[in-house]
Design a protein around this ligand. Structure first.
Ligand SMILES: [Zn+2]
Length: 183
């Protein structure tokens, strides 16, 4: 299988070439200077002109691992005044919970992933006032923190959805309800 550089890696290589160029600029090696500049410019143009020059994989934000699995989707139903009414997992399991929500939702989807080292993370999309916010959902951030509390080592890593993870998601929301009742 081909190994592609990520966009981030490509940007880093380009930056490195550019700083190398400024280092040798006007120095004793004009040929090196010239070829560095040509190569940096070529890479830069490739990135600017081509959508297929690189592939942007999703890496684990904790350990940068590229092997990740989609575990579940979550959708929040809200009460139209910055609170949740229920959370739907995988489009079919409903968890009733009234907790604070940072959005008056115009549609939302949260995808729960696990890397093969056992770190959970969520990609979050929240429609709100005509804008789609990405990864700005503090409730999902707290859920990730909670779920990661259960996984202490690689053997606990999940590669697919199961009822244990559903139970953990449910217990997180129940705990949130309890906490907010105490406020
Ligand atoms: Zn990881």
């Amino acid at each position: 299988m081909n190994k592609y550089l990520t966009k981030h890696e490509l940007e880093q290589v380009t930056q490195l070439l550019e700083s190398a160029y400024s280092f040798v600029k006007n120095g004793p090696a004009p040929q090196l200077e010239e070829s560095l500049l040509q190569y940096a410019t070529k890479l830069k143009n490739t990135m600017a002109n081509s959508a297929v020059a690189y592939r942007e994989n999703l890496n684990c934000p904790t350990c940068d691992f590229e092997n990740n699995h989609i575990i579940a989707t979550l959708t929040v139903e809200d009460d139209d005044s910055y609170g949740t009414s229920q959370i739907i997992v995988n489009g079919k399991y409903s968890i009733s919970a009234r907790v604070k929500y940072g959005f008056r939702s115009q549609g939302n989807i949260h995808i729960l992933f696990s890397c093969e080292s056992g770190h959970f993370f969520i990609k979050s999309y929240d429609g709100h006032k005509g804008i789609v916010f990405i990864d700005e959902n503090s409730l999902m951030d707290e859920l990730v923190e909670y779920l990661n509390g259960f996984n202490k080592n690689n053997e606990d890593a999940k590669w697919s959805f199961d009822y244990e993870i559903l139970g953990q998601i449910e217990s997180f929301f129940k705990e949130q309800v309890r906490k907010q009742r105490l406020l």
